[in-house]
Design a protein around this ligand. Structure first.
Ligand code: ZN
Length: 243
């Protein structure tokens, strides 16, 4: 079974469509690491796609916040504004789907999926020392996580945790047989690594590698929708710079 692994789509339909276009025929199932909504202008379209096409998913903090308006005290102003807007615009069925998503970690075949970290769905894994704590909680050799919007991840081998070195933007990364991995596909709809391209990865359990991918998309179209919806313009601007 081959998987397309996506995370942090954030209601950006154009970015998602570009990823689906780039990976067409390259996978059998889709795994989603949360944050389908929040920030972006197309929550219903993205959730309807997820309901029809995603095989396995965990919830993200924005999914939780947008449906029940909880945890907003940890959000910045623009995130609160977009959560309130999303809450108002989501259909009943799409809200119900988001509410039904489990917190993770989940095991799929022999790999794990979480939103933030295997320890806590809301933890951010940015630095190797943060990943070192998280590795104590993994239940599988390979666990996929999102939440930071940074493509890449970590490996631990003989007690040493290091960041993955991805050779290029679209590159295969080979697993070492005696290491464990926490791997982030990056964000589809709001990348934050100063590369304004939709991020994703392809993975086949047992094949010994993941393939990271990036894809350009019609950023201007998404930005126009953000502005037309009356969402904060900073949410449109950041897509240009990938931050
Ligand atoms: Zn996110």
């Amino acid at each position: 079974m081959r998987y397309l692994v996506v995370s942090d789509i954030h209601a950006n339909w154009e970015a998602l469509e570009a990823v689906l276009d780039a990976t067409k025929g390259g996978y059998d199932r889709i795994a989603c690491l949360g944050d389908l909504v929040g920030y972006g202008p197309d929550p219903n379209r993205v959730v309807e796609w997820a309901r029809a096409s995603v095989s396995v998913a965990v919830r993200g903090n924005h999914d939780r916040a947008c449906v029940d308006l909880i945890g907003l005290d940890e959000f910045r102003d623009v995130a609160i504004e977009s959560a309130v807007w999303t809450n108002r615009n989501l259909t009943e069925q799409n809200s119900a789907y988001l509410r039904s998503l489990p917190p993770g970690p989940l095991t799929v075949e022999d790999f794990g999926i979480v939103h933030g970290s295997p320890r806590d769905e809301d933890d951010y894994l940015v630095e190797p020392h943060e990943a070192a704590e998280a590795f104590a909680f993994v239940q599988n050799r390979i666990t996929f996580f999102g939440h930071t919007h940074l493509q890449g991840g970590f490996q631990t081998r003989k007690g040493k945790v290091t960041s993955l070195k991805i050779p290029e933007r679209t590159a295969e990364f080979d697993f070492e047989p005696d290491a464990e991995y926490l791997i982030n596909p990056g964000s589809v709809g709001q990348p934050r690594d100063r590369v304004p391209l939709a991020a994703y990865l392809l993975f086949a359990p047992g094949e010994g590698f993941v393939k990271f991918g990036r894809r350009n998309y019609n950023i201007a179209a998404t930005q126009n929708k953000i502005k037309a919806a009356g969402l904060p313009s900073v949410l449109a601007d950041r897509l240009t710079i990938g931050r």
